[in-house]
Design a protein around this ligand. Structure first.
Ligand code: C5P
Length: 293
């Protein structure tokens, strides 16, 4: 095999609770994470050195890129003397709180593992992944999960019926830097703490109305994201049962019970915002789409 194509999904936070501050400055979180059908598509070819390609001019094509970090860590960890030409098709908005950068890293780990026959297990890939970014383990595993620590403790949950609960995601003009979002929370504080245990129970019982009633994000009130409330208002006017910011922002999503109303909301949001999509929950994570000679 000389080439592999990998797809890695974006995530939404059905809940994000900041539960503590760790000595290294990272925040201890309790989250309900949900993979959705918006995918980064990454093509990896065997090569002598690590080299990145991406059509999107905003994406850095150097060692700061999570995909580059993943490749460097994979070769250092396995001792394999190799390289990779990595082409990233960016479909997930940047600085959105949807783990697009983590998805790229997850795709590279899964792709190189297959391409070079390293046989690393999913837990081993997750251990490498968290060294690149807090959301990489969930990007690898996907589906629906309660995620704790900084993102490394993953407890799988049943995925809600995708067809019954369509989702609309919209991204305002400007993204949000994750460290800035956490720094603002540290400075300004927040008293919203969604009950992730109750949401996990509701998911186990298949009670999506209850999940929607309990959803919340500790980082939303202090976020510098633009248009969060405006987007939430459009989502709710069109029938969303719940609407909120995902992760550290700036994307906002709504959960619907009617795909036609979801489409209406998406069409309305697409007139104002640079990204608006109807999507759905998925029960998987990063996957190999094709292996080629
Ligand atoms: O791990 P990742 O690169 O996604 O994190 C980016 C930044 O977000 C970290 O440097 C840290 O400032 C902040 N962060 C945090 N607590 C987390 C995850 C991220 O404070 N659990």
């Amino acid at each position: 095999m000389t080439q592999v194509i990998v797809t890695a999904p974006a995530k939404l936070n059905l809940a994000l609770d900041v539960v503590g501050l760790l000595p290294n400055g990272y925040h201890e979180l309790d989250m309900i994470m949900q993979a959705v059908a918006l995918y980064e598509r990454v093509t990896i070819k065997k090569a002598q050195e690590i080299q990145l390609f991406c059509q999107n001019p905003i994406v850095p094509l150097n060692e700061k890129n999570t995909a580059y970090k993943a490749a460097a860590l994979f070769f250092a960890h396995t001792g394999i003397k190799g390289g990779a030409h990595i082409t990233i098709e960016k479909n997930v908005p940047i600085q959105a709180g949807m783990a697009g950068g983590s998805a790229d890293a997850a795709a590279v780990l899964v792709g190189l593992n297959a391409l070079y026959g390293a046989s690393l297990t999913m837990p081993q890939l997750c251990e490498l992944g968290v060294q690149i970014g807090a959301d990489v383990p969930f990007s690898l595993v996907g589906g629906t999960a309660r995620v704790k620590g900084i993102g490394e403790k993953i407890e799988p949950l049943p995925t809600p019926n995708a067809a019954a609960w369509p989702v609309v995601v919209a991204m305002p003009g400007r993204g949000v830097s994750t460290p800035v979002a956490f720094a603002r929370y540290d400075e300004l504080g927040g008293d919203l703490h969604p009950d992730c245990a109750a949401i996990a129970h509701a998911l186990c019982r298949g009670n999506m109305e209850e999940v929607c009633a309990l959803m919340g994000n500790s980082l939303q009130a202090t976020s510098s994201a633009e248009n969060t409330e405006d987007i939430c208002a459009v989502l709710r006017q069109n029938g969303a049962l719940a609407s909120m910011m995902t992760g550290s922002g700036a994307a906002v999503f709504g959960v619907f019970h009617d795909v036609e109303r979801a489409k209406q909301a998406q069409q309305q949001l697409a007139k104002t915002y640079r990204f608006a999509a109807v999507t759905h929950f998925i029960d998987c994570g990063t996957k190999i789409a094709a292996l080629k000679e």
